[in-house]
Design a protein around this ligand. Structure first.
Ligand SMILES: Nc1nc2c(c(=O)[nH]1)N[C@H]1C(S)=C(S)[C@@H](COP(=O)(O)O)O[C@H]1N2
Ligand SMILES: [Mo]
Length: 310
């Protein structure tokens, strides 16, 4: 299905993808200029998304779209990196879609996909996604700051954490037959992490709607944490008083903690986390604390022992 959005922007603000990317700098939060993506769409179902430009960007070379959409972790569609791109398109039904928001809040309810993608609400942000197995990508995500969405539901003072749940439908997801994880896939953030302006509810990448293998139609992106925190195809968000259980922590608590902040000083029990390989490159790079976002987020963890609370 092709959905067209009416741009709320002036013609003079329309820009081109390449232009747009070349000027990338790591900008201060909030310094958004408006733009809308206008390039043609290759796939029949994928719609271009209008978005506000460049709120947070990294001045780094982008990982080619081809790699971002063919090298994935989405265990509901198989455990090999090539599986999701082969299995998810055509199987994952992305319309209609809505996310239930419940738990410790004054106004529980739902947010429909269409309510997330009004052009004036979307932003493009170029973020590094670092996956735990020492690979990383730089991806121009399109999405909404999670905080904007959460605020609408008026979390109460008891809301200390936020739990996220992915779709788990055996009809659509062949990987659910294999109990590698305790389905549905769940994740969690502390409230201040969820409300942090870097945390994005993503609906697109490279200016277009998300591909099924990237977690269409709505997935989380938490750029200072390992990739598994960025839960895909979210159907439920719940405010909780106690720390929610998370899929990878349940599967292997010794290897995957609740916080999972990118930390080169804390090795995974089976491999070093000090270096990473950018997909598309051969050389290995030094992994940066908090994935390069320390200036923005280190303050959230003042006084915590990040080796014990990994
Ligand atoms: N529901 C769900 N979300 C998930 C996963 C998954 O298996 N199921 N894998 C996670 C892991 S380990 C990573 S590294 C990222 C990968 O996102 P990408 O495929 O868009 O790069 O998705 C995360 N979100
Ligand atoms: Mo990962």
């Amino acid at each position: 299905m092709l959905i067209r959005f009416v741009p709320v922007l002036r013609e003079s603000e329309v820009t081109d993808r390449r232009l747009h990317v070349d000027r990338r700098r790591f900008l201060a939060l909030g310094a958004a200029a408006a733009a809308v993506a206008t390039w043609p769409v290759g796939r029949a179902w994928a719609a271009p998304l209008g978005y506000a430009k460049g709120v947070v960007t990294l001045d780094e070379k982008l990982t080619p779209r081809e790699a971002v959409t063919t090298y994935n972790n989405y265990y509901e569609f198989g455990t090999d990196k090539e599986d999701p791109a082969r299995t998810a398109p055509g199987r994952l039904k992305v319309r209609p879609w809505s996310v239930a928001v419940e738990g410790e809040c004054a106004k529980p309810g739902t947010v429909a996909y269409e309510d997330l993608i009004r052009p004036h609400r979307l932003e493009e942000r170029i973020y590094r996604l670092r996956c735990v197995e020492a690979w990383s990508m730089v991806i121009p995500w399109v999405g909404v700051p999670l905080a904007e969405v959460l605020r609408r539901f008026e979390p109460t003072s008891k809301a200390k954490y936020v739990e996220f749940t992915s779709l788990a439908d055996r009809e659509q997801m062949p990987g659910l037959r294999i109990p590698v994880l305790d389905w549905p896939y769940t994740e969690g953030l502390r409230m201040d992490e969820a409300m942090h302006p870097l945390t994005l509810l993503a609906v697109g990448l490279y200016g277009e709607e998300l591909e099924p293998q990237n977690g269409a139609p709505i997935r989380l992106v938490v750029p200072w944490k390992y990739g598994f925190k960025s839960i895909k195809s979210v159907v439920r968000i719940r405010f909780t008083e106690s720390q929610p259980a998370t899929a990878w922590n349940k599967a292997n608590p010794r290897e995957y903690g609740f916080y999972s902040n990118v930390n080169p000083a804390v090795d995974h029990p089976r491999w070093s986390q000090a270096k990473e390989r950018r997909i598309g490159e051969f050389r290995r790079r030094d992994t940066l604390p908090f994935n390069g976002y320390a200036d923005q987020v280190a303050g959230l963890y003042t006084g915590m022992d990040l080796k014990a609370q990994f």
